[in-house]
Design a protein around this ligand. Structure first.
Ligand code: CA
Ligand code: CA
Length: 429
Protein backbone atom coordinates (compact mmCIF):
# COMPACT_ATOMS: atom_id res chain seq x y z
CA UNK A 1 0.00 0.00 0.00
CA UNK A 2 2.78 2.38 0.97
CA UNK A 3 4.34 2.36 -2.48
CA UNK A 4 1.14 3.61 -4.03
CA UNK A 5 1.06 6.83 -2.04
CA UNK A 6 3.46 8.92 -4.16
CA UNK A 7 1.54 7.96 -7.27
CA UNK A 8 -1.78 8.95 -5.71
CA UNK A 9 -0.29 12.26 -4.55
CA UNK A 10 0.97 12.90 -8.07
CA UNK A 11 -2.37 12.11 -9.61
CA UNK A 12 -4.14 14.42 -7.18
CA UNK A 13 -2.11 17.44 -8.26
CA UNK A 14 -1.58 16.80 -11.96
CA UNK A 15 -4.32 14.64 -13.36
CA UNK A 16 -3.63 13.64 -16.95
CA UNK A 17 -6.74 12.06 -18.36
CA UNK A 18 -7.31 11.12 -21.95
CA UNK A 19 -9.16 13.96 -23.61
CA UNK A 20 -7.44 16.70 -21.64
CA UNK A 21 -5.75 19.39 -23.67
CA UNK A 22 -2.75 21.62 -23.10
CA UNK A 23 -1.90 25.11 -24.28
CA UNK A 24 1.36 26.99 -23.99
CA UNK A 25 2.50 30.39 -25.32
CA UNK A 26 5.34 28.48 -26.97
CA UNK A 27 3.06 25.76 -28.40
CA UNK A 28 1.81 25.16 -31.91
CA UNK A 29 -1.75 24.90 -33.18
CA UNK A 30 -0.74 22.30 -35.77
CA UNK A 31 -0.03 19.88 -32.91
CA UNK A 32 -2.58 17.79 -31.06
CA UNK A 33 -2.68 19.72 -27.80
CA UNK A 34 -1.08 17.03 -25.65
CA UNK A 35 1.29 17.58 -22.72
CA UNK A 36 4.41 17.55 -24.88
CA UNK A 37 2.77 19.04 -27.97
CA UNK A 38 0.59 21.85 -26.63
CA UNK A 39 -1.50 24.22 -28.71
CA UNK A 40 -0.43 27.86 -28.93
CA UNK A 41 -3.90 29.40 -28.80
CA UNK A 42 -6.59 28.86 -26.19
CA UNK A 43 -9.18 29.03 -28.97
CA UNK A 44 -7.74 25.94 -30.67
CA UNK A 45 -8.24 23.97 -27.45
CA UNK A 46 -11.76 25.33 -26.90
CA UNK A 47 -12.72 24.22 -30.41
CA UNK A 48 -11.37 20.72 -29.87
CA UNK A 49 -12.76 20.26 -26.34
CA UNK A 50 -15.62 17.87 -25.62
CA UNK A 51 -17.63 17.60 -22.38
CA UNK A 52 -15.31 16.61 -19.54
CA UNK A 53 -12.22 18.11 -21.15
CA UNK A 54 -9.81 20.03 -18.95
CA UNK A 55 -7.85 22.61 -20.93
CA UNK A 56 -4.62 23.30 -19.05
CA UNK A 57 -2.86 26.62 -19.57
CA UNK A 58 0.86 26.21 -19.07
CA UNK A 59 2.94 28.99 -17.54
CA UNK A 60 3.49 32.21 -19.45
CA UNK A 61 1.81 35.21 -21.03
CA UNK A 62 -0.80 34.59 -23.72
CA UNK A 63 -1.20 37.47 -26.17
CA UNK A 64 -4.19 36.84 -28.43
CA UNK A 65 -4.56 39.17 -31.40
CA UNK A 66 -7.48 40.15 -33.61
CA UNK A 67 -7.15 36.98 -35.69
CA UNK A 68 -7.71 34.89 -32.53
CA UNK A 69 -11.19 36.34 -31.82
CA UNK A 70 -13.50 33.32 -31.85
CA UNK A 71 -16.74 35.26 -32.32
CA UNK A 72 -16.19 38.61 -34.03
CA UNK A 73 -19.26 40.84 -34.10
CA UNK A 74 -21.00 38.56 -31.60
CA UNK A 75 -23.80 39.26 -29.11
CA UNK A 76 -25.98 40.96 -31.72
CA UNK A 77 -23.06 42.82 -33.23
CA UNK A 78 -22.24 44.51 -29.94
CA UNK A 79 -19.14 42.61 -28.88
CA UNK A 80 -16.04 40.94 -30.23
CA UNK A 81 -15.87 37.78 -28.11
CA UNK A 82 -12.29 36.57 -27.84
CA UNK A 83 -13.08 33.19 -26.28
CA UNK A 84 -16.59 31.95 -27.01
CA UNK A 85 -17.80 29.17 -24.73
CA UNK A 86 -21.08 28.06 -26.28
CA UNK A 87 -20.90 24.28 -25.86
CA UNK A 88 -22.85 22.71 -23.00
CA UNK A 89 -21.16 20.48 -20.44
CA UNK A 90 -22.99 18.64 -17.67
CA UNK A 91 -22.51 18.26 -13.92
CA UNK A 92 -20.69 14.94 -14.54
CA UNK A 93 -18.75 16.27 -17.53
CA UNK A 94 -18.05 19.99 -17.20
CA UNK A 95 -15.65 21.89 -19.41
CA UNK A 96 -12.68 23.35 -17.55
CA UNK A 97 -10.08 25.93 -18.52
CA UNK A 98 -7.46 25.99 -15.77
CA UNK A 99 -3.98 27.31 -15.15
CA UNK A 100 -1.74 24.26 -14.80
CA UNK A 101 -1.30 23.46 -11.10
CA UNK A 102 1.60 25.41 -9.62
CA UNK A 103 2.07 27.58 -12.71
CA UNK A 104 0.95 31.13 -13.53
CA UNK A 105 -0.86 31.74 -16.79
CA UNK A 106 -1.67 35.34 -17.75
CA UNK A 107 -3.92 36.27 -20.66
CA UNK A 108 -2.97 39.75 -21.90
CA UNK A 109 -5.80 41.16 -24.05
CA UNK A 110 -4.12 44.51 -24.71
CA UNK A 111 -3.35 43.61 -28.32
CA UNK A 112 -7.03 43.51 -29.25
CA UNK A 113 -8.31 46.92 -30.34
CA UNK A 114 -11.11 46.46 -32.82
CA UNK A 115 -13.23 49.56 -32.37
CA UNK A 116 -15.94 47.38 -30.87
CA UNK A 117 -16.74 46.27 -27.33
CA UNK A 118 -14.57 43.35 -26.19
CA UNK A 119 -15.41 40.27 -24.11
CA UNK A 120 -12.54 38.10 -22.87
CA UNK A 121 -14.54 34.94 -22.06
CA UNK A 122 -18.18 34.83 -23.21
CA UNK A 123 -19.84 32.09 -21.15
CA UNK A 124 -22.88 31.04 -23.16
CA UNK A 125 -22.91 27.31 -22.46
CA UNK A 126 -23.63 25.48 -19.22
CA UNK A 127 -21.13 23.85 -16.86
CA UNK A 128 -17.97 25.75 -17.74
CA UNK A 129 -15.30 26.17 -15.06
CA UNK A 130 -12.60 28.79 -15.31
CA UNK A 131 -9.85 28.41 -12.73
CA UNK A 132 -6.49 29.76 -11.68
CA UNK A 133 -5.34 32.34 -14.22
CA UNK A 134 -5.14 36.11 -14.69
CA UNK A 135 -6.66 38.32 -17.38
CA UNK A 136 -5.05 41.73 -17.91
CA UNK A 137 -5.06 44.64 -20.33
CA UNK A 138 -8.56 44.48 -21.86
CA UNK A 139 -9.18 47.57 -24.01
CA UNK A 140 -11.92 50.10 -24.68
CA UNK A 141 -11.62 51.86 -28.03
CA UNK A 142 -15.00 53.63 -28.32
CA UNK A 143 -15.53 57.14 -26.99
CA UNK A 144 -19.34 57.03 -26.49
CA UNK A 145 -21.36 54.91 -24.05
CA UNK A 146 -19.66 51.50 -23.99
CA UNK A 147 -17.94 48.88 -21.90
CA UNK A 148 -15.64 45.89 -22.22
CA UNK A 149 -15.91 42.76 -20.06
CA UNK A 150 -13.28 40.29 -18.91
CA UNK A 151 -15.71 37.45 -18.14
CA UNK A 152 -19.35 37.66 -19.30
CA UNK A 153 -22.05 35.34 -17.98
CA UNK A 154 -24.38 35.79 -20.94
CA UNK A 155 -26.39 32.57 -20.84
CA UNK A 156 -24.35 29.85 -19.19
CA UNK A 157 -25.74 28.22 -16.04
CA UNK A 158 -23.98 26.10 -13.41
CA UNK A 159 -20.69 27.76 -14.31
CA UNK A 160 -17.88 28.45 -11.88
CA UNK A 161 -15.29 31.21 -12.10
CA UNK A 162 -12.65 30.47 -9.49
CA UNK A 163 -9.30 32.09 -8.68
CA UNK A 164 -9.49 34.16 -11.84
CA UNK A 165 -7.94 37.59 -11.34
CA UNK A 166 -8.98 40.41 -13.65
CA UNK A 167 -6.87 43.52 -13.36
CA UNK A 168 -5.01 46.42 -14.89
CA UNK A 169 -7.40 46.75 -17.81
CA UNK A 170 -10.24 48.95 -19.01
CA UNK A 171 -13.04 46.41 -18.53
CA UNK A 172 -15.46 45.11 -15.92
CA UNK A 173 -14.22 41.98 -14.14
CA UNK A 174 -17.23 39.63 -14.16
CA UNK A 175 -20.52 40.84 -15.71
CA UNK A 176 -23.68 38.72 -15.68
CA UNK A 177 -27.05 39.24 -17.37
CA UNK A 178 -28.26 35.64 -17.81
CA UNK A 179 -27.91 32.18 -16.30
CA UNK A 180 -28.69 30.54 -12.99
CA UNK A 181 -26.66 28.79 -10.28
CA UNK A 182 -23.36 30.35 -11.24
CA UNK A 183 -20.60 30.75 -8.66
CA UNK A 184 -17.88 33.40 -8.70
CA UNK A 185 -15.42 32.16 -6.09
CA UNK A 186 -12.19 33.59 -4.73
CA UNK A 187 -11.56 36.01 -7.60
CA UNK A 188 -9.84 39.42 -7.46
CA UNK A 189 -10.76 42.43 -9.64
CA UNK A 190 -8.58 45.53 -9.30
CA UNK A 191 -7.04 48.51 -11.06
CA UNK A 192 -9.74 48.44 -13.72
CA UNK A 193 -10.39 51.87 -15.25
CA UNK A 194 -11.77 52.89 -18.61
CA UNK A 195 -10.03 56.16 -19.55
CA UNK A 196 -11.53 56.28 -23.07
CA UNK A 197 -15.36 56.24 -23.10
CA UNK A 198 -17.73 58.89 -21.76
CA UNK A 199 -15.20 61.62 -20.98
CA UNK A 200 -12.82 59.26 -19.19
CA UNK A 201 -14.98 59.09 -16.07
CA UNK A 202 -14.56 55.35 -15.71
CA UNK A 203 -18.22 55.24 -14.72
CA UNK A 204 -18.90 51.78 -16.14
CA UNK A 205 -15.95 49.89 -14.77
CA UNK A 206 -17.01 47.69 -11.84
CA UNK A 207 -15.21 44.76 -10.29
CA UNK A 208 -18.24 42.42 -10.30
CA UNK A 209 -21.65 43.25 -11.79
CA UNK A 210 -24.74 41.06 -11.71
CA UNK A 211 -27.66 42.54 -13.66
CA UNK A 212 -29.82 39.50 -14.34
CA UNK A 213 -32.61 40.16 -16.80
CA UNK A 214 -34.76 37.17 -15.88
CA UNK A 215 -36.50 36.51 -12.54
CA UNK A 216 -35.72 32.80 -13.01
CA UNK A 217 -31.94 33.38 -12.95
CA UNK A 218 -31.69 32.36 -9.31
CA UNK A 219 -28.88 30.74 -7.33
CA UNK A 220 -26.07 33.08 -8.38
CA UNK A 221 -23.42 33.63 -5.69
CA UNK A 222 -20.30 35.77 -5.43
CA UNK A 223 -18.11 34.46 -2.62
CA UNK A 224 -14.62 35.16 -1.30
CA UNK A 225 -13.90 37.87 -3.89
CA UNK A 226 -11.94 41.08 -3.51
CA UNK A 227 -12.50 44.30 -5.48
CA UNK A 228 -10.29 47.35 -5.14
CA UNK A 229 -9.48 50.46 -7.14
CA UNK A 230 -12.10 49.81 -9.77
CA UNK A 231 -13.04 53.19 -11.23
CA UNK A 232 -16.79 52.77 -10.66
CA UNK A 233 -17.91 50.26 -8.00
CA UNK A 234 -16.53 47.15 -6.35
CA UNK A 235 -19.75 45.12 -6.65
CA UNK A 236 -22.86 46.33 -8.49
CA UNK A 237 -26.37 44.78 -8.52
CA UNK A 238 -28.28 47.56 -10.29
CA UNK A 239 -31.13 46.44 -12.62
CA UNK A 240 -31.00 42.93 -11.24
CA UNK A 241 -34.20 40.83 -11.47
CA UNK A 242 -33.24 37.69 -9.50
CA UNK A 243 -31.79 37.61 -5.98
CA UNK A 244 -27.98 37.39 -5.80
CA UNK A 245 -25.90 36.57 -2.72
CA UNK A 246 -22.61 38.40 -2.10
CA UNK A 247 -20.80 36.78 0.83
CA UNK A 248 -17.34 36.93 2.38
CA UNK A 249 -16.26 39.64 -0.07
CA UNK A 250 -14.04 42.68 0.47
CA UNK A 251 -14.40 46.00 -1.35
CA UNK A 252 -12.07 48.95 -0.86
CA UNK A 253 -10.91 52.13 -2.57
CA UNK A 254 -13.41 51.82 -5.41
CA UNK A 255 -14.24 55.00 -7.32
CA UNK A 256 -10.56 55.60 -7.89
CA UNK A 257 -8.05 54.47 -10.48
CA UNK A 258 -4.86 52.56 -9.63
CA UNK A 259 -3.16 55.85 -8.66
CA UNK A 260 -6.07 56.92 -6.40
CA UNK A 261 -7.34 59.65 -8.73
CA UNK A 262 -11.08 60.13 -8.23
CA UNK A 263 -13.17 58.61 -11.06
CA UNK A 264 -16.67 57.04 -11.04
CA UNK A 265 -19.43 56.33 -8.51
CA UNK A 266 -17.25 54.85 -5.78
CA UNK A 267 -19.46 52.32 -4.01
CA UNK A 268 -18.09 49.28 -2.24
CA UNK A 269 -21.19 47.11 -2.63
CA UNK A 270 -24.07 48.57 -4.66
CA UNK A 271 -26.71 46.11 -3.51
CA UNK A 272 -29.69 46.73 -5.81
CA UNK A 273 -31.70 49.52 -7.41
CA UNK A 274 -33.38 50.16 -10.74
CA UNK A 275 -32.18 53.69 -11.48
CA UNK A 276 -34.00 56.98 -11.15
CA UNK A 277 -35.60 57.40 -14.57
CA UNK A 278 -39.22 58.67 -14.33
CA UNK A 279 -40.64 55.18 -14.91
CA UNK A 280 -38.47 52.44 -13.43
CA UNK A 281 -38.17 49.14 -15.29
CA UNK A 282 -38.34 46.54 -12.55
CA UNK A 283 -39.78 43.07 -11.96
CA UNK A 284 -43.11 42.62 -10.20
CA UNK A 285 -41.37 40.83 -7.35
CA UNK A 286 -38.43 42.97 -6.24
CA UNK A 287 -35.45 40.69 -5.43
CA UNK A 288 -34.02 40.64 -1.92
CA UNK A 289 -30.31 40.45 -2.58
CA UNK A 290 -28.25 39.17 0.34
CA UNK A 291 -25.02 40.90 1.43
CA UNK A 292 -23.38 38.81 4.13
CA UNK A 293 -20.12 38.83 6.03
CA UNK A 294 -18.56 41.43 3.74
CA UNK A 295 -16.16 44.24 4.37
CA UNK A 296 -16.25 47.73 2.80
CA UNK A 297 -13.39 50.12 3.47
CA UNK A 298 -12.45 53.56 2.14
CA UNK A 299 -14.69 53.51 -0.89
CA UNK A 300 -15.13 57.02 -2.28
CA UNK A 301 -18.84 57.43 -1.61
CA UNK A 302 -20.84 54.58 -0.15
CA UNK A 303 -19.62 51.50 1.65
CA UNK A 304 -22.73 49.33 1.49
CA UNK A 305 -25.52 50.93 -0.54
CA UNK A 306 -29.17 50.15 -1.22
CA UNK A 307 -28.96 52.41 -4.34
CA UNK A 308 -32.62 53.54 -4.48
CA UNK A 309 -33.87 49.95 -4.38
CA UNK A 310 -37.60 49.39 -4.79
CA UNK A 311 -37.85 47.08 -1.80
CA UNK A 312 -35.90 45.50 1.01
CA UNK A 313 -32.44 43.96 1.03
CA UNK A 314 -30.73 41.69 3.57
CA UNK A 315 -27.50 42.86 5.20
CA UNK A 316 -25.92 40.52 7.72
CA UNK A 317 -22.63 40.58 9.66
CA UNK A 318 -20.99 43.19 7.42
CA UNK A 319 -18.29 45.66 8.46
CA UNK A 320 -17.91 49.17 7.01
CA UNK A 321 -15.08 51.56 7.83
CA UNK A 322 -14.07 54.97 6.50
CA UNK A 323 -16.41 55.05 3.55
CA UNK A 324 -17.97 58.49 3.09
CA UNK A 325 -21.21 56.87 4.23
CA UNK A 326 -20.76 53.39 5.65
CA UNK A 327 -24.32 52.10 5.17
CA UNK A 328 -26.63 54.12 2.91
CA UNK A 329 -30.04 52.43 2.83
CA UNK A 330 -31.90 54.86 0.54
CA UNK A 331 -34.87 53.48 -1.41
CA UNK A 332 -37.01 54.80 -4.24
CA UNK A 333 -40.66 55.47 -3.32
CA UNK A 334 -42.16 53.38 -6.13
CA UNK A 335 -41.58 52.42 -9.75
CA UNK A 336 -43.82 55.32 -10.83
CA UNK A 337 -42.35 57.86 -8.44
CA UNK A 338 -38.69 58.71 -8.79
CA UNK A 339 -38.47 60.05 -5.25
CA UNK A 340 -35.86 59.07 -2.68
CA UNK A 341 -37.24 57.87 0.63
CA UNK A 342 -35.69 56.35 3.73
CA UNK A 343 -34.99 52.67 3.14
CA UNK A 344 -37.88 50.30 3.79
CA UNK A 345 -38.23 46.55 4.30
CA UNK A 346 -34.48 46.13 4.81
CA UNK A 347 -33.19 43.65 7.35
CA UNK A 348 -29.91 44.62 8.99
CA UNK A 349 -28.48 42.09 11.43
CA UNK A 350 -25.13 42.01 13.29
CA UNK A 351 -23.50 44.72 11.12
CA UNK A 352 -20.90 47.15 12.41
CA UNK A 353 -19.89 50.62 11.28
CA UNK A 354 -16.78 52.49 12.38
CA UNK A 355 -15.57 56.01 11.57
CA UNK A 356 -17.53 56.92 8.44
CA UNK A 357 -16.07 59.82 6.45
CA UNK A 358 -19.14 62.02 6.93
CA UNK A 359 -20.32 62.88 10.40
CA UNK A 360 -23.02 60.51 11.71
CA UNK A 361 -22.99 58.53 8.46
CA UNK A 362 -22.83 55.09 10.06
CA UNK A 363 -26.22 54.15 8.65
CA UNK A 364 -28.13 56.85 6.78
CA UNK A 365 -31.49 57.05 5.02
CA UNK A 366 -33.12 54.19 6.89
CA UNK A 367 -36.79 54.04 7.94
CA UNK A 368 -36.47 52.22 11.24
CA UNK A 369 -40.21 51.68 11.47
CA UNK A 370 -40.39 49.97 8.11
CA UNK A 371 -37.12 48.02 8.37
CA UNK A 372 -35.86 45.46 10.86
CA UNK A 373 -32.61 46.42 12.57
CA UNK A 374 -31.29 43.79 14.95
CA UNK A 375 -28.04 43.83 16.89
CA UNK A 376 -26.07 46.31 14.77
CA UNK A 377 -23.67 48.53 16.73
CA UNK A 378 -25.30 51.63 15.22
CA UNK A 379 -28.83 50.54 16.11
CA UNK A 380 -27.93 49.08 19.51
CA UNK A 381 -26.11 52.21 20.67
CA UNK A 382 -22.67 50.61 20.93
CA UNK A 383 -20.01 53.15 20.07
CA UNK A 384 -16.87 51.52 18.71
CA UNK A 385 -13.36 52.89 19.20
CA UNK A 386 -10.03 51.80 17.76
CA UNK A 387 -9.41 49.72 20.88
CA UNK A 388 -12.35 47.44 19.97
CA UNK A 389 -10.39 46.06 17.00
CA UNK A 390 -7.48 43.65 16.75
CA UNK A 391 -6.00 45.79 13.97
CA UNK A 392 -6.77 48.78 11.75
CA UNK A 393 -3.93 48.02 9.35
CA UNK A 394 -5.64 48.01 5.94
CA UNK A 395 -2.55 46.70 4.16
CA UNK A 396 -3.63 43.24 5.37
CA UNK A 397 -6.34 43.26 2.70
CA UNK A 398 -3.62 42.60 0.12
CA UNK A 399 -2.13 39.61 1.87
CA UNK A 400 -1.75 36.54 -0.36
CA UNK A 401 -4.62 34.10 -0.52
CA UNK A 402 -4.38 30.61 0.97
CA UNK A 403 -3.27 27.70 -1.17
CA UNK A 404 -6.89 26.73 -1.90
CA UNK A 405 -7.60 30.27 -3.09
CA UNK A 406 -9.64 31.35 -0.08
CA UNK A 407 -9.13 34.72 1.58
CA UNK A 408 -6.19 35.22 3.95
CA UNK A 409 -6.89 35.29 7.69
CA UNK A 410 -6.60 38.94 8.68
CA UNK A 411 -7.04 40.80 11.95
CA UNK A 412 -7.97 44.06 10.16
CA UNK A 413 -11.34 45.22 11.52
CA UNK A 414 -11.75 42.01 13.51
CA UNK A 415 -13.32 42.76 16.88
CA UNK A 416 -11.36 41.77 19.96
CA UNK A 417 -13.20 39.02 21.85
CA UNK A 418 -13.56 41.31 24.88
CA UNK A 419 -15.25 44.03 22.81
CA UNK A 420 -18.86 44.59 23.81
CA UNK A 421 -19.88 44.33 20.14
CA UNK A 422 -18.07 40.99 19.74
CA UNK A 423 -19.73 39.61 22.83
CA UNK A 424 -23.07 40.59 21.32
CA UNK A 425 -22.24 38.62 18.15
CA UNK A 426 -21.71 41.60 15.85
CA UNK A 427 -19.18 41.87 13.04
CA UNK A 428 -17.88 39.40 10.54
CA UNK A 429 -17.75 35.71 11.26
CA1 CA B 1 -21.63 54.22 -12.74
CA1 CA C 1 -21.35 50.62 -11.45
Amino acid sequence: MKRLLPLIAFMATVPALAGDLYVSPTGNDTGDGQLNTPFRTIGAAIEKATPGTVIYLREGIYRPNTADIMQPNGEGGNYDCVYYLDKDGSSELPFTIAGYPGEKAVIDLSGIKTGRRIIGFDMKGDHWHLKNFDIVGIQVTQTGHTQSINVALFGGSNCRIEQVNMHDGMGIGVYATKGHDNLVLNCDAYNNYDPVSEDARGGNCDGFGFHLKDTGATGNVISGCRAWRNSDDGFDLINNYAPVTIENCWAWENGYDADMNSRGDGTGIKSGGFGMKPQAKAPEEIPRNIIRNCLAYANKNQGIYANHHLGGLDFESNTAYRNRRNFNMVCRKSADEAIDVDGYRHRLTNNISFEPGDKNADCVNIDKNRSILTNNNFSAGINLTASDFESLDASQLLMPRKADGSLPEITFLRLKPESEAAKAGMGRK
